[in-house]
Design a binder for this molecule. Sequence first.
Ligand SMILES: NC(=O)c1ccc[n+]([C@@H]2O[C@H](COP(=O)([O-])OP(=O)(O)OC[C@H]3O[C@@H](n4cnc5c(N)ncnc54)[C@H](OP(=O)(O)O)[C@@H]3O)[C@@H](O)[C@H]2O)c1
Length: 248
Amino acid sequence: MKDAFGAPQSLLLLGGTSAIGLATARRLIARRTRTVWLAGRPSPELAAAAASLRALGAEVRVVPFDALDTDAHAERLGQVFAEGDVDLVLLAFGVLGDQTRDESDPAAAVRVAQTNYTGAVSAALVCAGALQAQGHGSLVVLSSVAGERGRRADFIYGSSKAGLDVFAQGLGDALYGTGVHVMVVRPGAVRTAGRPDAPLSTTPEAVAGAIELGLRRRSETVWVPGPLRLVASALRHVPRPLHRRLPV
Ligand SMILES: NC(=O)c1ccc[n+]([C@@H]2O[C@H](COP(=O)([O-])OP(=O)(O)OC[C@H]3O[C@@H](n4cnc5c(N)ncnc54)[C@H](OP(=O)(O)O)[C@@H]3O)[C@@H](O)[C@H]2O)c1
């Protein structure tokens, strides 16, 4: 259960090696989160992530989870909820893909779509059902500003995030009033390994701080950084001939 200050005591991180997910876990452990489940594909990085959170004093358990193996989601994630209540599920897995390569490799493009959208839909529904059964909890879904509008530079990734974003908004409405809270987080470019720097970029730690604040406020949508909301809103109305020439 959340404590008197509304801070989650237990966290299930889907995407157990995600830079944003781990920054959020570290931040919540520094408050009062005690139990952390890391769900991810078994790897030395996943084991190292678990060890790093244990060193901060959390009880950390690892559960094998592959977004693409949707047939296994109910059983794998069900194991976690069978061990006790989960206050916060953070859906942080996702792949950026390689836009240029993926345009000429439909199978690779499908993997991006299936990981970010189909896999997320499956995992989110499994977790939403379990949260509803326990009668409380938050589901935080990492969307992206890339899902706001199709862009030449990343429309395969962006379209998967657009689908996920709309899904998560609707799920939040479906669960409204049940005690389960769904929050959609839309970061701009986050400065992590493998992702180029960009205007209005942010850091995993800043996203973690925004998630914590959003949870306290029970926000439904969070932009990181905050001013990105206004920029995205303005860009939504830019005519396409102009939009496609913008360096965004
Ligand atoms: N970084 C950004 O600029 C940015 C901006 C906006 C939104 N976001 C979104 O925020 C979320 C977190 O981003 P991040 O930068 O923290 O990610 P990250 O550090 O690149 O980590 C991605 C995570 O996704 C997992 N993953 C990939 N494919 C998977 C699969 N088939 N099954 C299970 N897990 C899988 C990875 O696990 P493995 O260790 O097994 O690969 C890893 O844990 C993502 O959804 C991302 O799209 C990121």
